[in-house]
Design a protein around this ligand. Structure first.
Ligand SMILES: [Zn+2]
Length: 676
């Protein structure tokens, strides 16, 4: 999209060599410093590193490093990062590498932008989409995860993700034992790691045997490691991850001797942990204190609203015992800190990660909070810093590329005003950051942060949703615009038009702009007189590029889809089966059409969706609800897709126009309301 690709300005990439002179290098290859050295970087690499007296800086741009320390850039090994503009927050905090933990094509596109030097950084490694099993209600924990309920599907899934460019497979809590083992075999064959939550009811030992080689958040570490008299809730308890019984059993009952044996095993097998203690801390703060955090100025209002526990689906079950839950969470943090020190003492490999942007886990900034946790757990600053530099590089198999200050390695470097080996606090607000061939002075970084704060405060206007003209002889049956709100904040706008052609076919056109994602989708459905989909196409403009998708009913009697994804990948899919009506996922305004024109007595139908280019069948059922006004209809639609269930409340004018649509999403209550 032309407007606001990256709404922040940043310095151009360096065009020649740059020398940091007379600096104390903290190489991170050992606990040592190299005083009065000069480092020459060129084209994003460290070209030379030597005592200042022995080096000729030639015509390099000089950065005076006297009284300064130079160390490798930091890696945050557990982030969720969707908005490219947030690069500012990472870089201003010295984070030059991130591992994104719920991959989507936009992350593949973002990674490319950084590789091409169009965006300075941080460099990105991304896992696959979340692969989860079905909970008791058949759903994955997070809407939008990939459901793996048939272990025989694991191989195809892993192969597809690996080929697509996702570097690791993200496993989640509801995976069955059989599915985890199948994923493990598939991942070994494809040469990718499985990382994520140790699934419910499975011990770390068994998950390791199945092939998991990195665990996030210490989730489930109490399984099989409780002292006598303590027990975790039933495996299928839907609230198992957050409920008080889990927290209490973990904090009071965890068997630290068993954890020590596990730590020794993980050291021997080189199995990793990314404990993300900061996410537990930030989510369990006193609300008033959390809302007074000055870092909120860098967070978009829509996200702050989603951070309200009242809007967080994960916390609904504990809302009634909030204070007790906070206490229990604090106790578990103390237990986990002890687990972290035991893992460290046993030599189990560890990674610094934050799980930003979970509530009050601030992008970039949070990595310093987590480093402080590592120190608090008994590590020397050097040991903690290794877990954000050398160790992540080793974990990713990129030790020859980055992680230390060494000739030939990437020049992703931080210039600091104090020695980080004395205090990791020296890393907050670096004096300069070199990344990917870019050089940010302290003033550049401050300007980036200021720009970010301004762009968050003054949201850019939504792109136009105006639709094009209508052809001759075409009857516009209805048209309108809808405003999208999430948790009462306005985030988007939809314009739509339903056309009826002389031959009985329907055209549904929609243009939808979303201000949170800064994206715009234009869709056009061509429906037969019986409302089955003949053709559907959409084009999605994002800050990272365009996605274009065409689906058509073919002469061979099936749907064929061609997708050009946001990262440029060309994909094709097919779907055999009868022609289907469109689901709500193809267009917001089709449900009223379906409801209004369904044969008498019909209240369920199989409908077509496209998910990342893949055609999917959704079971849609609806039931009437009390009508708010005489000329209106109300209905509740329940939409079931593989592992997902959505409930949408519709208010429809008797002429078929959509008046309001409401649903509860993980971002909070979402509604589309006809604008007057
Ligand atoms: Zn996460």
């Amino acid at each position: 999209m032309a407007d606001g690709l990256y709404p922040l300005e940043f310095p151009a990439r360096l065009t020649g060599p740059l020398a940091v002179t007379r600096v104390t290098v903290v190489p991170m290859d050992a606990e040592r410093v190299l005083p009065d050295h000069t480092v020459i970087v060129e084209d994003g690499r460290i070209r030379a590193l030597a005592p200042s007296a022995q080096i000729d800086v030639g015509d390099a741009v000089i950065v005076d490093g006297s009284q300064r320390w130079l160390m490798p850039g930091l890696a945050d090994m557990h982030v969720h990062y969707h908005d490219p503009a947030e690069f500012a927050l990472h870089l201003a905090n010295g984070v030059t590498t991130v591992r994104n933990m719920w991959g989507a094509p936009l992350h593949l596109a973002l990674r490319q932008k950084v590789e091409r030097g169009e965006l300075p950084g941080p460099r990105m490694v991304t896992t696959s989409p979340i692969v989860d099993g079905p909970g008791a209600d058949g759903r994955t924990i997070w809407p939008g995860s990939t459901l793996l309920d048939d272990p025989s599907e694991a191989e195809r899934l892993v192969r597809r993700y690996a080929e697509r460019g996702y570097q690791q497979i993200k496993a989640y809590s509801w995976l069955s034992r059989e599915s985890l083992h199948a994923l493990g075999r598939a991942a070994a064959a494809a040469g990718v790691r499985i990382t994520g939550h140790c699934p419910n009811g499975i011990t770390f030992e068994e998950a390791i045997a199945a092939g998991m080689s990195c665990f996030e958040h210490l989730t489930g570490i109490a399984e099989g490691h409780l002292r006598d008299g303590f027990a975790l809730p039933d495996v299928k308890d839907p609230e198992r991850l957050v409920n008080l019984d889990t927290l209490r059993a973990t904090s009071e009952g965890i068997d630290f001797d068993a954890v020590r044996r596990l730590g020794a095993q993980m050291a021997a097998a080189q199995v990793w942990n990314c404990p993300t203690l900061v996410v537990y801390q930030q989510m369990s703060q006193d609300r008033a204190a959390a809302m007074a955090d000055p870092r909120l100025r860098y967070v978009p209002p829509a996200r702050i609203r989603s951070w309200d526990p009242a809007n967080d689906f994960r916390l609904q079950s504990v809302a009634s015992a909030w204070d007790e839950w906070l206490d229990a969470t604090q106790a578990r943090i103390r237990a986990f800190k002890r687990v972290l020190s035991i893992l460290h003492e046993e030599g189990a490999p560890l990674l610094v990660g934050t799980d930003t942007p979970n509530p009050f886990v601030f992008q970039g900034f949070a990595v310093h909070d987590e480093l402080a946790n590592f120190v608090d757990a008994g590590m020397r600053p050097y040991e903690a810093l290794r877990c954000a530099t050398v160790e992540p590089a080793r974990f990713l198999g990129e030790s020859t590329e980055w992680g230390t200050v060494e000739q030939g390695k990437r020049a992703d470097l931080l210039l600091l005003s104090a020695n980080p080996l004395n205090d990791v606090g020296a890393l907050r607000a670096p004096e300069a950051v070199l990344v990917n061939g870019f050089h940010f002075t302290g003033a550049d970084l401050a300007r980036l942060l200021e720009q970010r704060a301004t762009s968050v405060r003054t949201a850019a206007p939504l792109p136009s949703v105006a639709l094009g003209g209508v052809g001759e002889g075409v009857q516009v049956v209805r048209e309108g615009t809808l405003v999208e709100r999430v948790s009462d904040g306005e985030v988007g706008c939809v314009a739509y038009r339903h056309l009826h052609l002389p031959d009985g076919r329907w055209i549904v056109e929609e243009r939808y702009a979303n201000g949170v994602e800064r994206s715009r989708r234009t869709s056009r459905l061509s429906l037969r007189a019986d409302l089955t989909v003949e053709r559907a196409e959409y084009e999605r403009e994002t800050t990272l590029g365009e996605e274009r998708c065409e689906l058509a009913w073919s002469d061979a009697g099936r749907y064929e889809v061609r997708l050009r994804d946001v990262d440029g990948a060309e994909l094709r899919f097919e779907h055999d089966g009868p022609a289907l009506v469109p689901s709500e996922q193809l267009a917001f305004t089709v449900m009223p059409l379906l409801i209004a024109r369904a044969p008498a007595g019909a209240d369920r139908v199989e409908a077509l969706s496209i998910d990342g280019g893949e055609p999917r069948v959704a079971a849609v059922a609806w039931s009437p609800a009390a009508s708010p006004a005489e000329d209106e209809l109300a209905a509740v639609a329940r939409i079931m897709r593989h592992g997902q269930r959505t409930e949408q409340h519709y208010r429809v004018h008797r002429d078929g126009a959509l008046l309001a649509l409401e649903q509860v999403t993980w971002m909070g209550r979402r509604e589309l309301v006809a604008s007057t």
